[in-house]
Design a protein around this ligand. Structure first.
Ligand SMILES: [Zn+2]
Ligand SMILES: [Zn+2]
Length: 312
């Protein structure tokens, strides 16, 4: 498997020489982000990932783009995001938004501000995807919410997105500091972090982090320490043996600031070294394989009794 991001330009040049059969293996995708979900998702922090029921989602290649468009309140279709894919994982069995997930690179992916953006309806209807419905969104219902694009389609969208202003809510919190403050129950530090954030972050998200997370987080972390006897779920190191203290952290598998829930199904107990590596590599957990994907390699959860993984 290739984990490194490829140079997109090279990829496009190389592809034009390949046979049409090979083209099908590597494809950018277009996704219709329902306006209601789009607004809600951004209020809780741009996730830089997408879930789907359609297996087509996993046919996007690393370094390829997943384009998302949505509809504004005044019924115009506009571009919402370009995720440049860096990882593909499976969700836990029965996950309501589908088993497949792709993750966008945090630096290369973009969320576009939708207000004031010109309509892209004619552009989307001009692409090679089938869009016969009178209301464009209706051509993207259910499993058809994701459609494969050609390289030429992709280039048309790159051009359309060239000068679009970016969405101010799509900013990443300094999550390690936030989590550390939450773990220590240091409300003042949490407030300070959020106050220091750039303007434009949604009020809903601030309320969520201010009011809900600090209180609930600690009891869940205590449950995990109890459950695993203080051990790291990845390397099984037990700080209690050496230091007589709980040094492992409860990490939010899907970060809080990217829409993750503060519940035990979204937490994993890991040592400070693994915690630091997971954040610095933005490593997602694959619920089918039961490992963290660090890009360069994977590391399996050696201990797990609370997360529902796919049967081996
Ligand atoms: Zn560890
Ligand atoms: Zn974490």
């Amino acid at each position: 498997m290739y984990y490194l991001l490829r140079d997109k330009c090279n990829l496009i040049v190389n592809r034009s020489n390949w046979s049409s059969r090979i083209h099908l293996l590597f494809m950018p995708l277009l996704y219709y982000w329902h306006p209601k979900n789009h607004r809600r998702d951004l209020d809780y922090g741009a996730g830089y990932h997408l879930n789907q029921k359609n297996h087509l989602l996993h046919q996007v290649d690393f370094g390829d783009s997943l384009w998302a468009f949505t509809r504004t309140a005044d019924a115009r279709y506009v571009l919402a995001a370009e995720l440049v894919v860096r990882a593909k994982t499976h969700n836990r069995p029965g996950f309501k938004y589908g088993p497949y997930r792709v993750w966008g690179d945090l630096k290369l992916s973009r969320y576009f501000q939708v207000q004031g953006q010109p309509s892209v309806e004619q552009i989307i209807r001009s692409l090679s995807v089938t869009t016969r419905a009178a209301h464009l969104g209706q051509s993207f219902q259910g499993l058809r919410a994701v459609k494969p694009l050609s390289i030429a389609d992709h280039q048309v969208l790159v051009e359309a997105a060239r000068d679009l202003p970016l969405e101010p809510r799509a900013r990443i919190l300094p999550e390690e500091r936030l989590e550390a403050a939450l773990l220590l129950g240091d409300r003042e530090a949490v407030y300070q972090l959020i106050r220091e954030e750039n303007p434009g972050v949604a009020r809903e998200r601030q309320r969520y982090l201010y009011q809900a997370a600090p209180v609930r987080n600690r009891s869940l972390a205590e449950q995990l320490h109890e459950l695993y006897d203080g051990r790291c779920q990845v390397c099984e190191w037990n700080p209690r043996d050496e230091y007589g203290r709980n040094l492992c952290h409860a990490h939010h598998i899907q970060w809080l600031s990217r829409g993750g829930a503060d519940d035990i199904d979204n937490l994993v107990l890991i040592c400070p070294n693994h915690h630091s590596a997971v954040h610095s590599c933005d490593a997602p957990l694959d619920f089918r394989a039961g490992w963290f994907d660090f890009g360069s390699h994977t590391e399996r959860l050696r201990l797990n009794s609370h997360l529902t993984l796919w049967a081996a």
